[in-house]
Design a protein around this ligand. Structure first.
Ligand SMILES: Nc1ncnc2c1ncn2[C@@H]1O[C@H](COP(=O)(O)OP(=O)(O)OP(=O)(O)O)[C@@H](O)[C@H]1O
Ligand SMILES: [Mg+2]
Length: 257
């Protein structure tokens, strides 16, 4: 898998005049990478992910997945949103099966794949539950199982843990990191939470706001099997402080890169 974004710009024409949301963005994600994009509110993060997902079209530039230009949504890119997008009237199992059904996978294979991915996210016991019977973190795990089940080349996540309380968020971050280590899935995740980005990713693109441009690419040189205690490490804190300084518009002496 090779995701490439070349000279990407996006302008919205509003009643108040044109808004340049993204300006000349260049980035890439390779097979098995966990890449985060961080930026302040309004830096164009969601716009960027929507463009990669094919939900909106760029004003200039191009996005390719394995050389194929993105012209719309596709099952090669699996999207996870902040709000839970489960069908409330379907069981957890049926929710996971749904995307497979759309892809034309037969009933038996569908059931097996859904069961497999529910096991991957640790929700086998809740297969027959309805979404309303689950906590926020569990609902997000169902959404992740559903996306994994359609076996995308890359998972796109827009602030997936933004709506969760602090403890659940930490649990989900650890879950996501373990899942990534176990499955080797490629992930492009958007977040405004610098701590989350440093904890999860191998590479971070830091955006400026108004317009959104890439300010810096940071390589996070920390072990891949991280646990919450790593937040106490000096190196972790240096990355976090350095990126915060960049977002504040300051030089970033603490940044190791
Ligand atoms: N459909 C739209 N029409 C007009 N302007 C838009 C549209 N979508 C986004 N924008 C503008 O583009 C800019 C970037 O918005 P975007 O939602 O991508 O930012 P964000 O980084 O995701 O912010 P947040 O952290 O608050 O989610 C903002 O100035 C926003 O007002
Ligand atoms: Mg957003």
């Amino acid at each position: 898998m090779h995701l490439e974004i070349n000279n990407l710009s996006k302008q919205f024409d509003t009643r108040q005049g044109p808004v340049v949301a993204l300006d000349d963005i260049n980035m890439h994600v390779e097979t098995g990478e966990f890449v985060c994009v961080v930026g302040a509110s309004g830096s164009g993060k969601s716009t960027l992910l929507r463009l990669v997902a094919g939900l909106d079209m760029p004003t200039a530039g191009e996005i390719t997945v394995d050389g194929q230009v993105v012209t719309g949504p596709g099952s090669d890119r699996g999207m996870i949103f902040q709000s839970y997008t489960l069908y409330p009237w379907m069981t957890v199992q049926k929710n996971v099966e749904f995307g497979l059904k759309l892809q034309g996978v037969g009933p038996r294979e569908r059931r097996e794949m859904a069961s497999y991915y529910l096991d991957v996210v640790g929700l086998t016991k809740f297969a027959r539950s309805l979404p309303k019977q689950l906590s926020g973190g569990m609902k997000q795990r169902v959404a992740i199982a559903r996306t994994l089940a359609s076996r995308p080349k890359i998972m796109l996540m827009d602030e997936p843990f933004g709506a969760l309380d602090v403890q659940t968020k930490e649990t989900m971050q650890q879950f996501m990191l373990d899942l990534w280590n176990r499955t080797g899935v490629s992930i492009l995740m958007i977040t405004h939470d610098v701590d989350e980005a440093v904890f999860l990713s191998q590479r971070i693109y830091v955006l400026t706001a108004h317009p959104g441009t890439i300010q810096r690419e940071v390589f996070v040189d920390l072990p891949s099997d991280r646990t919450y205690t790593i937040r106490r490490d000096r190196t972790f804190q240096d990355y976090r402080e350095g990126i915060m300084d960049l977002l504040r518009g300051k030089a970033a002496p603490a940044l190791v890169s």
